[in-house]
Design a protein around this ligand. Sequence first.
Ligand code: PLP
Length: 411
Amino acid sequence: MTIELNQNYAKLPDSYLFSTINKKIASFQKEYPKADIIRLGIGDVVLPLVPGVIEALHEAVDEQAVRETFRGYGPEGGYDFLRQAIAEVEFQTNGINIQLDEVFISDGSKSDVANIQELFGQKISVAIGDPVYPVYIDSNVLSGRLGDFEAVTGKWSEAIYLVGNETNRFVPELPAKKADLIYLCYPNNPTGMTLTKDQLQLWVDYANDQGNVIIFDAAYEAYIQEDGIPHSIYECSGAQTCAIEMRSFSKKAGFTGLRLGYTVIPKALQINGQSLNKMWLRRQSTKFNGAPYIVQKAGAATLQEPAKSQIADNIQYYMENARIIREGLEASGITVFGGVNAPYLWMKVPNGLSSWEFFDQLLTRAQVVGTPGVGFGPSGEGYFRLTAFNIHEQTLAAVERIQSFLAVGLG
Ligand SMILES: *Cc1c(COP(=O)(O)O)cnc(C)c1O
């Protein structure tokens, strides 16, 4: 008798998007060792941490060297100095009433986005954007909620897909079926598209009406440039009784390696008298021992000067790359979405090629790497994601290469 395993792991198709991409790059590089490949495929920042953050890190490290200021385990929900700064700077100054004990500090949004489903019953229905950041689907597959993978359609039998396409400008319709838990990600990864406050209000009203919960992933909130685009779901009235919001320091402040994020759960979010805020505190204190003190100090520094302006400059740097890519592709006759309020560009693959066919051609003929849209869900087929996370020179060079490759014509 051998031990029984969680068979949901076996259900997840094993060819993970980025490992397939890396294998393809490695085999191309083996054949052409001199090829100079430019990567516009990564969802990771390239600029170093800003001086204001580095200074805070050094200070916090020095505190750890002295008995009087040394810190061991921190409070489970995060240090009050950070929770308070977030509540004030990110919410209260924007007229949103979020309090310290509604903010839970974590080691990044990926963990929170993947773990939050533990608060809900096994049999709930789950609605997820398509295309979207794959963690929402995969974490619910591992908990056994999404049924079986259907290779032909690329869909999970029990998942409700909120399809974003050109027709709806990547803002899905309200689900036709009962959807208990709804994942929304805006500004969106991978499409770079946003929704307006009025469009988000429709979801909030729907969730309150139906008794659903919305998980709002605002990882790219800091990249919003235009007015009228909500930075927080709590800008919508009634959101505190139906929505959980997640934010990250990763893409905003370059903390992808440091690791810091947070989840907001308003105390008003109660289901049959049970507080999700209390449940999450219990969940975190049972399974998580907090983000490092040093990193929380660095996080607090991002919310004030001088780091705040330094971070805003970095975001403008990436958004300039986004503009270069968008305008460059449009000049070549490509239909491209996003890149205005997000560091992602979502291009329509020309000539009816599949996303992977375009990936192969771009790699072998232009030595540029992007991400096949189908890796973000079945509705991503026929699209391709490029990111603004590179240095200007490389971004310009990549766009020039894509332009000459398109001018010669696709194979
Ligand atoms: C990068 C990303 C995250 C994860 O960020 P971490 O805080 O680094 O874990 C979450 N959601 C989306 C949509 C992302 O693109």
